[in-house]
Design a protein around this ligand. Structure first.
Ligand code: PLP
Length: 409
């Protein structure tokens, strides 16, 4: 790759996704490299939410459950997420948080594998994945949690294992697991797989069906741009739906919620994983946000995500900036983020934010820069590395204000 700002501008002009940036309401003068944590605001969301609040809620009140199709939102939004993760429209719903969905699917997986009591995962997985499994184990005394390093995963998969739960793209390192190979290994041992796609959906080509995956969850507020605290999604393979039982058998997952019968009877298919009343405004925002993916070729999305990360690393290396690398160097093994290490990482990120370059920090020493391919340009990467170099050369991060740690990093 030729390394000049002009070359980056040329890459932007040739970018098949270049028109997507205009769909987002990005603040002037900000280079936003944190879409892996909270996606930017799609312009369509503002108008859609305004109509939902003013007309659907304000004017039409409770009628909107039927007239505006509020009741169908979980399935409708799920169907829009499905093509981004290689799933069928009838295999995905949008509901609850990723944490709650992890609980529902992990517990459901144990039910699908009677006699097997082990759940395998890796140390350093996103905390909520580990905590949910720990909570489940504590509620079901004979469940065992086997937390093994990635290299030992294949040998940890034996005839006692009910479920392998992994995050496809690691939240801190950005390392990508080989979904197809690990799913095949789990299946060979008779276990099911549950993939956390929080850092994959909307940035990588995910092919749940092609990999034979069983279950999956993911966030709606990262690369899917659904807004802060947006509803999450979950996937249950068609193969498993008829047998799947949810531990949170709420009325919205009932076959006939408005029959108000005393006895629980699961809805057909993935709808049975619903629990309570859907978050209508959250789902409405997420639905509008997903329009930004309409017509996007996932190959283009992934190709750009890899190129943006490579460009960042090449520019860093050229400038010999004093950072360790916490992510894989090879783009095929890296998600849509670059992770660096530095003992003063927190202050460096704050100094960068003061310059208008927003990344984030993960304890103890990781700086993360996410490249949301729909709205990050090559020229943004160029400029971001220029700012990073200035922060380091001028030691701006030493300023006391950059060393005061806020509640959310
Ligand atoms: C891999 C992964 N899983 C889950 C979550 C969050 O789950 P929740 O939306 O329930 O807070 C995150 C948030 O960053 C994450 O990175």
């Amino acid at each position: 790759m030729t390394l000049s700002r002009e070359a980056c501008e040329a890459l932007d002009r040739a970018d098949p996704l270049a028109d997507r940036r205009a769909l987002f309401d990005l603040p002037e003068g900000v280079i936003y490299l944190d879409g892996n944590s909270l996606g930017a605001l799609p312009r369509a969301v503002k108008a859609r939410l305004d109509a939902a609040v003013t007309v659907e809620w304000g004017r039409d009140l409770i009628k909107s459950w039927n007239t505006a199709g509020w009741i169908d939102l979980p399935a409708r939004v799920g169907a829009k997420i499905a093509p981004l993760i290689g799933a069928g429209a009838d295999e995905v719903i949008a509901a609850d948080s990723t944490s709650v969905n992890l609980f529902k699917l992990a517990a459901g997986a144990l039910k699908l594998r009677p006699g097997r009591r082990v759940i395998v995962t890796e140390p350093g997985n996103f905390p909520t994945d580990l905590y949910i499994l720990q909570g489940l184990r504590d509620f079901l005394p004979d469940v065992e949690l086997r937390v093994v390093a990635p290299a030992d995963l294949p040998s940890a998969l034996d005839e006692d294992v009910a479920l392998l739960l992994l995050t496809h793209v690691h939240y801190k390192s950005g390392a990508v697991h080989d979904m197809a190979a690990l799913t095949a290994k789990a299946h060979a041992a008779g276990a099911l797989t549950l993939w956390d796609l929080s850092h994959s959906a909307g940035a990588l080509e995910v092919n749940l069906a092609g990999c034979g995956a069983d279950l999956a969850v993911g966030c709606g507020y990262k690369y899917l741009n659904g807004g802060p605290g947006a509803p999450a999604f979950l996937f249950v393979s068609r193969r498993l739906q008829a047998e799947f039982q949810t531990p949170l058998s709420g009325w919205m997952g009932h076959a006939a919620p408005f029959a108000f019968s005393d006895d629980y009877r699961p809805a057909p298919g993935v709808l049975r994983t619903l629990c309570g009343t859907p978050s209508v405004l959250g789902l409405t925002a997420l639905e509008a946000a997903l329009e930004a993916f309409s017509g996007v070729d996932l190959c283009d999305l992934r190709a750009k995500s890899m190129k943006l990360g490579d460009l960042f690393l090449e520019l860093m290396e050229r400038r010999r900036l004093p950072f360790g690398l916490a992510c894989p160097r090879a783009s095929a093994q890296r998600g849509s983020q670059v992770s660096l290490t530095h003992p003063n990482g927190y202050a460096i990120v704050q100094a960068l934010i003061a310059r208008g370059v927003i990344g984030d920090f993960r304890a103890p020493d990781v700086l993360r820069f996410g490249f949301a391919p729909l709205y990050v340009r090559y020229v943004d990467v160029w400029d971001a590395v220029e700012h990073l170099a200035a922060v380091m050369v001028r030691e701006e991060w030493r300023e006391p204000r950059f060393n005061e740690v806020a509640a959310v990093t």
